[in-house]
Design a protein around this ligand. Structure first.
Ligand SMILES: [Zn+2]
Length: 352
């Protein structure tokens, strides 16, 4: 494999765009590429999406991803939008690609690309957890992988217990008053589903945008149950009973805590908790280690099972954890690994 030839077609730009061949830009905008793929709805994967909607000829995502993007306010004209199911192959002039499922958030996908010019297979994992179980492993020549928890010490102990403890905690707190739950889009809906399947029947409330996104996830099989937009008449009735769970975006936590009564309990859903499945921050606030990413062990497992000839580690979204993860791949698995974006000169030092 000629590294420079490969990096000419497969790379991560400083914009954060993952490039595959001469047509595909993934998860950020890069001028000159006609097709924008959105792997999922998280903000660091819809970077400059409006620019892509204006300048490129096609926006491609899974059906739930495109529907939720609409709820988030993106206007993609029908003639520019392609809703692509997992496994359906799309042929281009220089290669072909398809979506491979991933366990991360609703609608999330990996991207598999067969490069006709280089004669190799390339895979981009995007964000994922549970490699080999919920997230199938792609066997490819070049693997582009996320590295959110790329440091060896970032191991999540008790990760299998978190859901159960979350359900128990909510049950217990609900007996004392309303419960507010904070997280990102996607994780909030997963939390609703976990609570419903765990037997929680209290009504759910949410701001309108979260309500609308939750309704989309319900269409795709999530159990959401009784859920009302926060300012509706039905919600006013529920508020009076003081027996309900309110779901809110993590960015609003400060305002919500300041403006709520002391009877309200607050739960933050986060991946940045390693030692225990949950932690009490003070009398009213709890943290639950409910992550939608694999930890260090999971990331390394993916690479081991995929056994690529070259790994490109996404540094645009992970910072220095990407450098450390690339180093660990080379040390433990003896596979060349490059954190990107990076310049060609510094890449050579990684290939020694
Ligand atoms: Zn994500």
């Amino acid at each position: 494999m000629n590294l420079e030839k490969i990096l000419d077609r497969i790379s991560i730009k400083s914009s954060g765009a993952i490039i595959m061949g001469s047509n595909l830009m993934i998860d950020a905008h890069e001028p000159g590429y006609p097709i924008r793929i959105v792997t999922h709805i998280h903000h660091d994967h819809i970077t400059d999406l409006n620019k892509s909607i204006r300048e490129s000829s096609l926006i491609i995502g899974t059906p739930p991803t495109l529907e939720i993007l609409r709820e988030l306010g993106y206007i993609i004209p029908d003639y520019k939008s392609l809703s692509l199911d997992y496994g359906r192959n799309i042929r281009l002039d220089d290669g072909e690609f398809k979506f491979i499922p991933s366990k991360h958030v609703i609608g999330s996908t990996q991207v598999f690309f067969r490069d006709y010019i280089l004669g190799i297979d390339v895979g981009y994992t995007s964000d994922f957890k549970d490699p080999g179980k919920g997230t199938p492993i792609m066997n490819v020549d070049v693997l582009v992988i996320e590295s959110t928890y790329g440091r060896p010490e970032w191991l999540r102990r008790m990760k299998d217990l978190a859901e159960e403890l979350f359900i128990d905690l909510v049950k217990q707190l609900l007996s004392q008053g309303p419960v507010y739950i904070y997280g990102y889009h996607g994780k909030l809906q997963e939390a609703m589903h976990i609570l419903r399947t765990g037997g929680i029947i209290a009504p759910f409330l949410a701001p309108y945008k979260i309500y609308k996104i939750s309704k989309v996830t319900e269409k795709y099989g999530y159990e959401i149950g009784e859920l009302y937009p926060e300012n509706s008449d039905a919600a006013c009735e529920v508020l009076r009973t003081r027996w309900y769970i309110l779901f809110e975006h993590l960015s609003k936590i400060r305002q919500r805590i300041m403006s709520s009564s002391p009877q309200v309990s607050h739960i933050v859903l986060t991946g940045w908790e390693f030692e225990s499945a949950y932690r009490k921050l003070n009398e009213r606030v709890w943290k639950i280690a409910l992550s939608d990413h694999g930890d260090f062990e999971d990331l390394l497992n993916y690479v081991t099972q995929s056994s690529p000839r070259l790994v490109i580690v996404d540094k645009a979204r992970a910072g220095t954890a990407a450098d450390i993860f690339a180093h660990e791949i080379m040390k433990k698995l003896k596979i060349p690994a490059i954190p990107m974006p990076k310049t060609i000169t510094s890449i050579k030092s990684y290939m020694r």
